[in-house]
Design a protein around this ligand. Structure first.
Ligand code: AMP
Length: 498
């Protein structure tokens, strides 16, 4: 077995590693660190949770320990797909370089250009950036990339998902041909293969896990669920989610709940709080300081449940997440592996449960095919109540007779929130929901573009396309006041049957 002391790292780095409590290098570290120190390009095929961040930060620090930074010419560059991931890499950098005098700058959206400019002007050893923000700085003439000796691309497959590949190619072309490249991706899509063939020179290839395998120490389960009525799906799913969380009791010390759509992230977080489960949302429309605060609280154990979209939670490293709940089946099978990989980290046990509605079954099958494993079906914890719903729903119902501030039950209120939010554009919801944070309206154009790509990618409702609200519109009757004939509240099928 390799030890850190076998890796020829600077003794000051070894001390920092020891203080971080690491005993032995992980396989990606044992493979990548010696090759990188030898000056070779590295192609690491590894997911988060494998220790890949240290596999490039440690050799970088080792190599940067010699030499000095020059004004506006960073000596090394790490590109990450999201702000959170970049911030995480920066934290790793601080941890491992604490006994050395190295300087760094973090170039991410949501932080003022002025502060970042000042750091770059002074000269930094390492620049950690998202591609959009880096190019913004470059285009403003504040930055030269001709001094970059080591360039890291982290989570390249995510860069591809987010439409960043042209930016990455451009950045590669702005750095010297002689640079050393350390390139990491969880999977090797053809486009990624093309980039590595173009920009890496005879790389040492280290693959630590089969593509898209789920960790063995994660207990998986799925609740197959059919809503009693289409417009009740959100409410009933949230009820199942609560029951699942409550059913885990004290074993669920902290959890991440994944939703496919930002609007559901907000609603779920609100709903959980209302029922006494402490939760906060994180997604791309929340401003950066809010996202950072929420993550810090979650990491510090002050927040029990983080409700997240894929993009916001990408690559997040919180070492001890006990549970991951998939409120929705992800539409890309690989996202399932990424999502559940937030639990069961560093050899710990983890548990994950997903809720699957009939229309998600195709995506669900794709997940089982990808992980080559049947996910155990678990009983719907609110089966009983679902039957009750069905019973009640056979009777026609007045939908508008109740006064606004008199919900019949907490769940009725929950349902109201759901249909309200779903029938509006998510912007409007953000503006009007009191504990939902305002979108960062000053985002640079490049980020807006990314979020557009992200929305398309995740099939989020396209604001104003007039298609997403069909089912809800059908159940909302306008202009009848309190005197609506009961047959109008019936669905088309029910009307035909009666
Ligand atoms: P990463 O895959 O880089 O996100 O790292 C996942 C987690 O593993 C992080 O919490 C690291 O602090 C931790 N870690 C990294 N290297 C080691 C190691 N050699 N031994 C134990 N834990 C590690």
């Amino acid at each position: 077995m390799t030890n850190f002391s076998d890796l020829n790292l600077n003794p000051k780095i070894l001390t920092a590693i020891e203080e971080a409590g690491y005993k032995t290098p992980t396989p990606i570290q044992a493979g990548a660190i010696p090759a990188a120190i030898d000056g070779k390009d590295v192609l690491g095929i590894a997911q988060t949770g494998t220790g890949k961040t240290a596999s490039f930060t440690l050799p970088m620090i080792h190599m940067l320990a010699r030499g000095r930074a020059r004004a506006r010419m960073p000596r090394s560059l790490v590109l990450c797909p999201t702000r959170e991931l970049a911030a995480q890499v920066a934290e790793n950098f601080d941890t491992y370089s604490k006994n050395l005098k190295l300087t760094k700058a973090l170039l991410i959206g949501g932080v003022s250009f002025k502060e970042q400019d000042q750091l770059i002007d002074k000269g930094v050893d390492v620049l950690i950036a998202t591609p959009g923000r880096l190019l913004d700085h470059f285009e403003r003439g504040k930055l030269l990339l001709t001094g970059v000796q080591i360039m890291v691309v982290d989570e390249a497959d995510r860069m591809l998902d987010m439409g960043f590949i042209p930016d990455i190619e451009r950045i590669f072309n702005l750095t010297p041909f002689t640079r050393q490249t350390l390139f990491f991706s969880a999977t090797m899509a053809p486009e990624i293969e093309r980039i590595t063939n173009t920009f890496l020179s005879n790389p040492t290839r280290i693959e630590v896990a089969r593509q898209a395998t789920a960790s063995e120490n994660i207990e998986q389960g799925v609740v197959m669920f059919k809503a009693s009525r289409r417009d009740r799906e959100g409410t009933e799913k949230r009820k199942i989610l609560r029951a699942l969380i409550q059913g885990e009791g004290d074993k669920c010390t902290n959890a991440i709940v994944f939703c496919n759509r930002k609007v559901d992230v907000d609603i779920c977080a609100k709903s959980l709080n209302k029922y006494g489960v402490q939760a906060a949302p994180i997604h791309g429309d929340l401003d950066q300081s809010q996202r950072t605060q929420t993550l810090d609280e979650f990491r510090a154990g002050k927040l029990r449940v983080l409700v997240a979209s894929d993009v916001a939670a990408r690559g997040l490293d919180v070492p001890s997440v006990s549970h991951v709940f998939n409120f929705d089946v992800p539409s890309h099978a690989e996202d399932y592996v990424h999502r559940i990989g937030r639990t069961g980290r560093a050899g710990r046990d983890g548990k994950t449960v997903m809720i699957c509605a009939p229309r998600d079954e195709k995506n669900f099958e794709a997940i089982e095919a990808l992980i080559q494993k049947e996910i155990p079906r678990i009983e719907n914890p609110v089966q009983q109540d679902a039957a009750e719903f069905e019973e009640k729903d056979t009777k026609p119902k007045r939908t508008r007779g109740r006064k606004p501030h008199q919900p019949a039950s907490a769940d009725a209120e929950d349902s109201k929130a759901s249909s309200k939010a779903s029938t509006r554009a998510s912007d409007a919801l953000d503006a009007k929901t009191p504990d939902t944070k305002k979108p960062d309206t000053k985002k640079p154009e490049r980020e807006e573009r990314t979020e557009r790509a992200e929305r398309n990618e995740r099939s989020e409702p396209n604001r104003g396309n007039g298609r997403s609200n069909k089912s809800h519109d059908r159940n909302t009757v306008v202009g009848m006041g309190d005197h609506m004939p009961s047959f109008i509240a019936l669905s088309f099928d029910e009307r035909r049957a009666s």
